[in-house]
Write a protein of this length. Structure first.
Ligand SMILES: C[S@@+](CC[C@H](N)C(=O)[O-])C[C@H]1O[C@@H](n2cnc3c(N)ncnc32)[C@H](O)[C@@H]1O
Length: 387
C-alpha cells in the first residue's frame, strides 16, 4: 500500500468532503454502515463519488483500462452479436453504464457498416458526470445521423425490444461483505461493515435472519471465510428481465460460476480497488478517488434472470465469445505486412483474448426472451452447464 501514488491536495480535499458525509451516515446508523452502503456512497454520491466526480477514470491517465478502451476490435466483434439480435427483433440497443462512451461510439459505427442500425441507442448511466463525458465523446466522434439515435434514459424502459448490454457494470454494483468465523456455533455468519474512529475501520456484526442471511448461507461457506454477496446485482438483473419484452441481455465482466466464486481457497473474497493503475485491497482509503469492484457471481446472475422469465442463452469466456463473433476475421481484413496498422491490432487482440490477460477471467453471459435463433457468440465453447 505504501507504493500507492499520493493524491494531490485538491483530490485529498475532495475525498475529505466525501469522507465527512460517510462519517455522518455511519453516525446516523448507530456507528456502523454495511459495506454495500459504504461502496454505494464511495462510488455514486452525486458530485463526490468515484463515478460521479470529475477525474479521468478509463484508459491511460485514468485508473484502469476496459476492453472497449483497448481497441475498437472489441466493439466490432460484439456488433456481430448485437446485429444478429437486431435482425431478428428489429429492436433497439440499451447500454448500461457506458463509461467514457467509447463502446457506444464503436458499436454504432460498426452497426452502420453492418447495415443494422437500431432506431435508438439508449444509455442508462447512473453517473451524471459520466453522462456528460459520454455526450461530449459521442458528439466529437459520431456524425449527426448516428448521434440523433442516442438517448439517455433515467430509468429502465418498459417492454423493451432488442439488446441490453453492459461491459463491466455488474462489478461496479455494491456488494455486502459476509464473514463466516471459525467457531462451530451456528450463528457464525457476520456482515462486515464500516465504522469510524478517526479513520474508517472494519467491524463485524452478526447477520440477522433475512434475505441476506438466506443468500449467504445457501453457499455453505467454509469457516474463517470472507466473501461478497450482491442482492443489488441480482436486483438489477431481475429489473432488466422484467423490462425486456423480447431480445437479449448481454453482460460482460470478470467473474466465475458460484462454485468457483465460493471455492474454499478464495477465503478473502474478490474485492479490489484501482487507483492510477495500481490494484490493491483497501477500499477504506482514498474514498471517492479510487474504483472499488468485486468479481461477478454469474450463477446468481443466471438464476436471477431465469426467475424473471429469461432463458440462459449462453455463458463463455470473453476470448471464446469474441472468436465466435468473428474477431479473427475482422483482424484478417488488415494485412500483417501493414505493420503500422497490424501491430497495434495484434497487441489489442492479445490483451482481449489471451488467458493470461482478459481472455479467460472475463466472461460473457446472455439471457434472452422470445428469440428463435441460438446466439452466434456461444456457437462454440458454451459453458452454461458450469453455472
Ligand atoms: C467499470 S465502469 C465500466 C464502463 C464502461 N462500460 C466500460 O466498459 O468502459 C462501470 C460503469 O457502470 C455504471 N453503473 C454502475 N451501476 C449502474 C447501474 N445500476 N445502472 C447503470 N449504470 C451503472 C458506472 O457509472 C460506470 O459507468
Amino acid at each position: 500500500m505504501s507504493s500507492l501514488p499520493i493524491p494531490n491536495a485538491d483530490a485529498q480535499a475532495h475525498s475529505q468532503q466525501l469522507a465527512l458525509l460517510i462519517q455522518d451516515r455511519i453516525s446516523q446508523h448507530g456507528g456502523w454502515l454495511s459495506f454495500a452502503d459504504f461502496m454505494q456512497m464511495a462510488l455514486y454520491t452525486p458530485s463526490l463519488g468515484y463515478y460521479s466526480g470529475g477525474a479521468k477514470k478509463f484508459g491511460v491517465g485514468g485508473d484502469f483500462v476496459t476492453a472497449p478502451e483497448i481497441s475498437p476490435l472489441f466493439a466490432q466483434a460484439l456488433a456481430n452479436q448485437v446485429s444478429q439480435v437486431l435482425d431478428e427483433t428489429k429492436g433497439d440497443v440499451l447500454e448500461l453504464g457506458a463509461g467514457s462512451g467509447k463502446l457506444a461510439v464503436d458499436l454504432l459505427l460498426s452497426l452502420q457498416t453492418l447495415n443494422q442500425l437500431p432506431t435508438h441507442y439508449y444509455i442508462l448511466e447512473v453517473s451524471a458526470y459520466l453522462r456528460q463525458v459520454q455526450l461530449e465523446a459521442m458528439q466529437k466522434c459520431l456524425p449527426a445521423t448516428l448521434m440523433e439515435r442516442v438517448v439517455w434514459l433515467d430509468t429502465l424502459p418498459e417492454n423493451f425490444v432488442g439488446v441490453m448490454l453492459g461491459n463491466e457494470v455488474l462489478d461496479a454494483v455494491p456488494v455486502h461483505l459476509v464473514y463466516k468465523s471459525a467457531t462451530t456455533d451456528s450463528q457464525t455468519l457476520c456482515e462486515r461493515g464500516v465504522a469510524f474512529n478517526g479513520d474508517f475501520y472494519w467491524q463485524d456484526q452478526p447477520l440477522p435472519a433475512g434475505a441476506l442471511y438466506d443468500l449467504a448461507s445457501a453457499y455453505g461457506l467454509p469457516d474463517d471465510y470472507l466473501t461478497e454477496v450482491s442482492p443489488e446485482a441480482i436486483g438489477l438483473v431481475s429489473s432488466l428481465g422484467c423490462a425486456l419484452k423480447r431480445g437479449a441481455i448481454v453482460m460482460i465482466d470478470y467473474g466465475f460460476s458460484a462454485r468457483e466464486y465460493y471455492h474454499p481457497q478464495r477465503n478473502l473474497g474478490t474485492l479490489m480497488c484501482h487507483y492510477q493503475h495500481y490494484a490493491h485491497v483497501n477500499p477504506l482509503i482514498y474514498v471517492g478517488l479510487q474504483d472499488i469492484t468485486a468479481h461477478v457471481d454469474f450463477t446468481s446472475v443466471a438464476n436471477a434472470g431465469e426467475r424473471s422469465g429469461l432463458e440462459l442463452m449462453g455463458f463463455c469466456s470473453q476470448a471464446q465469445f469474441l472468436m465466435n463473433c468473428g474477431i479473427l476475421d475482422i483482424m484478417s481484413q488488415v494485412s500483417p505486412h501493414d505493420m503500422a496498422r497490424y501491430a497495434p491490432l495484434a497487441a489489442a487482440a492479445q490483451k482481449l483474448l489471451s488467458p493470461a490477460e482478459m481472455g479467460d477471467l472475463f466472461k460473457v453471459i446472455a439471457l434472452g426472451k422470445g428469440l428463435n435463433q441460438a446466439l452466434i457468440g456461444f456457437a462454440s465453447g458454451d459453458k452454461s452447464h458450469m453455472l
